[in-house]
Design a protein around this ligand. Structure first.
Ligand code: NAP
Length: 251
């Protein structure tokens, strides 16, 4: 059964990792996909993913767009509405980490992380609510992190950006619930992607796994399944929530 037939979804940071898994899952369920990436080096990978998505019989297009830049997000959403007709689902997934203890954390590193992870969510949400308000429906899904809930030494900027997303999500849910626009967040635990490449094998990986009740790291697909649930009508009475997908790490 396809849960998102003919819906239009934007996925920021879709070229790799969790975003790629989300784009594939939503396309498998019939959604047309506009996804973004930022680095020139990801252009070929994005083009290949575009073809993979089209193989599900949906429309798909990759856009190079910096989620931390307001003007680029405005242009992106205008282009997507022109090309796809509307936006039904927005997944604010683009994110980076620049880990450093506060004593060494530079102002530039702080700004990079806050702009890419948090300002991006404002930039995109501000744009996508226009077509959603017109359609009187929409689902916005913001990628937070378990680190935004529990904190982590060396990740103050990342934790602040991800905690900020949770407050933003609740506020937008309250502002736009009456327009039938839902806004939820997902807080992944440790998911195996480029971002967590340092956890591949060995002592550090074993130490982290020991704290996870399910005893393993998660996959992009675990997060994509949760996005699918929050994007489709199965979650039509859920808004303003943060779903932790972390193998029990938050308990
Ligand atoms: P990843 O493998 O490093 O991929 C990051 C993606 O974001 C790439 O597609 C990248 O594009 C894109 N991106 C980075 N900066 C961008 C910008 N300014 N504008 C647009 N796109 C940008 O990361 P991931 O592990 O999949 O993480 C995805 C999201 O989940 C992030 O928000 C992350 O904080 C969150 N998360 C991850 C984990 C985890 O364990 N992996 C845990 C909790 C939360 P390029 O390919 O062009 O660089």
């Amino acid at each position: 059964m396809k849960l998102l037939n003919n819906k239009v979804a934007i996925v920021t940071g879709g070229s790799r990792g969790i975003g790629e898994a989300i784009a594939l899952k939503l396309a498998e369920h019939g959604a047309n996909i506009a996804f973004t990436y930022v680095s020139d080096g990801s252009a070929a990978k994005a083009a290949a993913l575009e073809e993979k998505l089209k193989a599900f019989g949906v429309k798909a297009k990759a856009y190079q767009s910096n989620a931390g830049d307001f003007a680029q997000c405005e242009a992106l959403v205008n282009d997507v509405v022109k090309e796809f007709g509307t936006v039904d689902i927005c997944i604010n997934n683009a994110g980076i980490s620049k880990d450093n203890l506060l004593l060494r954390l530079t102002s530039e590193q702080w700004d990079d992380v806050i702009n890419t992870n948090l300002k991006s969510v404002y930039n995109m949400t501000k744009q996508v609510i226009r077509p959603m308000m017109k359609a009187k429906s929409g689902s916005i899904i913001n990628m937070s992190s378990i680190i935004g809930i529990i904190g982590n030494a060396g990740q103050s900027s990342y934790a602040a950006s991800k905690a900020g997303i949770i407050g933003f999500t609740k506020s937008i849910a309250k502002e736009l619930g009456s327009r039938n626009i839902r806004c939820n967040a997902i807080a992944p635990g440790f998911i195996e992607t480029d971002m967590t490449g340092y956890l591949k094998e060995g002592d550090t990986a074993d130490k982290y796994k020991a704290d996870i009740p399910l005893g393993r790291f998660g996959s992009g697909e675990n997060i994509a399944d949760t996005v699918l649930f929050l994007a489709c009508d199965w979650s039509s009475y859920i808004t303003g929530q943060t779903l932790s997908v972390c193998g029990g790490l938050n308990m």
